[in-house]
Design a protein around this ligand. Structure first.
Ligand code: CP
Length: 311
């Protein structure tokens, strides 16, 4: 593989990425997806590198995909969860990261409940920090794999209408997806109850809708989000049943979608709440494609950040 001209050591968010950088990740993801499909083509670009997954919040998809991605490139991978680390004994995140660096890490993949924690660590340690989700701020690898999946299915997202439906207020996925999709020329609508989709999101450049039918009717794809109970200190709607009654996507309401409109969800899905099983498992659903594409996209992220021209 040619030397990368990627000059960003850490991946902290999508907001600061240029279109060229986004395309660079997606182009390399395509190469790696191709390699993954054939054992003979697999490469060892990260042989000898140590990748540490530091996950301070629960995760299934992101943690496993980063692990599989690093191992597919022949890196050594160490995964640490908060409960099994010395953070439970009062060690700070700063000291934890400094110690991980002293133990020879070449990159740290961080998931944390505090927005800005990856930026904080990137100013402390010398190794790349890859944001695997920081509070309600950003989830860049999710947005890149969502964009990759949408481009794979739609050709290009330029001029396409994408509705992001659900708990926008507390969602890092909504923010990162907005930046990725709008940079690539898509028209993004944030939809859901006014308490979870305040009008102020229009100042980012998104359309805001509190009308489910209207927000679905011209969408080329809808990205569903679950209610992020873990970030809500008070209830933003009367009950989950009420939310589902007004904003849940079911078979009947899916008739408001254009024929062939794609259904995406970053997971985990709460079946029967934001989406019914019939739709989550339908032929229009790209949910498991998102998960699979997450490996190649994270291979590209790990490769570029650990081969940055600034490192
Ligand atoms: N989409 C996502 O971040 O899923 P996990 O929390 O399982 O990693």
């Amino acid at each position: 593989m040619e030397k990368s001209n990627w000059c960003r050591k850490s991946l902290l968010g999508i907001e600061e990425l240029t279109n060229k950088e986004i395309n660079q990740v997606l182009d390399l993801s395509k190469v790696f997806k191709n390699e993954l499909s054939d054992v003979e083509k697999r490469s060892d670009h990260l042989k000898g590198k140590r990748i540490v997954n530091l996950f301070m919040e629960p995760s299934t998809r992101t943690r496993i995909a980063f692990e599989v991605a690093a191992k597919s490139l022949h890196a050594d991978v160490i995964s640490i969860a908060e409960q099994s680390s010395s953070l439970t004994k009062g060690e700070t995140l700063r000291d934890t990261a400094m110690n991980i660096q002293a133990l020879g890490a070449d990159a740290i993949v961080l998931r944390h409940s505090s927005p800005g924690s990856p930026l904080f660590l990137s100013r402390i340690v010398d190794v790349p920090i890859i944001n695997a989700g920081d509070g309600a701020h950003e989830h860049p690898s999710q947005a890149l794999l969502d964009l990759y999946t949408l481009q794979e299915k739609l050709g290009s997202v330029k001029g396409k209408k994408i509705t992001i439906l659900g708990d926008i207020l507390f969602s890092r996925v909504a923010r990162s997806n907005f930046w990725a999709l709008s940079k690539m020329g898509a028209e993004v609508t944030f939809a859901g109850p006014s308490t979870l989709v305040p009008k102020r999101f229009e100042s980012m450049g998104a359309k805001v809708s509190h009308n489910l039918k209207e927000s679905l009717s011209d969408a080329d794809a809808v990205i569903l989000l679950r209610i992020q109970h873990e970030r809500q200190s008070s209830s933003h709607f009367p009950s989950l049943a009420e939310y589902t009654k007004i904003f849940g996507l079911n078979k009947n309401r899916s008739k408001w979608l254009k024929e062939g409109a794609l259904i995406l969800h970053p997971g985990p899905i709460n079946r029967g709440v934001e989406i019914d099983s019939e739709l989550a498992d339908s032929s229009n659903s790209a949910i498991l494609d998102q998960v699979s594409n997450g490996i190649a996209v994270r291979m590209a992220i790990l490769y570029l950040c650990t081969n940055s021209t600034t490192s």
